[in-house]
Design a protein. Sequence first.
Length: 282
Amino acid sequence: MIPPLPRVMIEPLVRAALLEDLGRAGDVTTDATIAPGVRAHARLAARREGVAAGLDVARLAFELVDPALRVTAHVLDGDRAAAGGTLMEIEGSARAILTAERVALNFAGRLSGVATLTRRFADAIAHTRAAIACTRKTTPLLRALEKHAVRAGGGAAHRYGLDDAILIKDNHIAACGGVADALARARAYAGHMMKIEIEVDRLDQLDAVLAAGGADAILLDNMDVATLREAVRRIQGRATAEASGGVTLATVAAIAETGVDLVSTGALTHSAPVLDLGLDFD
């Protein structure tokens, strides 16, 4: 279990999603068919096995529509969800439950899908020293939620944005004039709390980084398994070794077995299928 994100972070996103769904006239179907005062009891359940995430976001969708709704969660983010298992119960105004239903399911299904895929990657490399991490390849405006879901699935978040670490990539090196200049400039800029990572895709580039004094972390990009193993040998623990590029469920174990500290892949967020959830009235 990981602590939920503060409400102040998620409420603007949930409000925006509800406003998008309500449009200009509100929930006309519910208004037309459900009489005021009708009460209902609903169950939000997993239709397939997975890892739960985004339940606090789903709860907030219901509560913003009607604070009087009684919402009871039966699992926490990061818990395994059995097929058919109840994740949450909602009791109160039938109109409010129906109005919030789709937004709640969209968030919970998307984020549970991210957590579920992350858990599959994490389980695939559990026998190694490596951790699995996501990247900045997230849905615009949903990064905090998706990275939280990655953590719920047993992964690491990596950078949250451009401002929390220096990551020197190939285009930075090309524009700056070389590895040594890029590292020197980064060290001069960074405060004592900011880490520096640099990307290399060949062993000669790695040697240049090490000759220039190294970095806190070295991103080994699109290297085959044999090259990764040699790169780890050359680094000798002097920097965090991160492998990225071409990472799939079929390849992640072999990549992690090279001895890298971290395997990162955008697939955790950009390619995660939604976990099928459903909400049904009793």
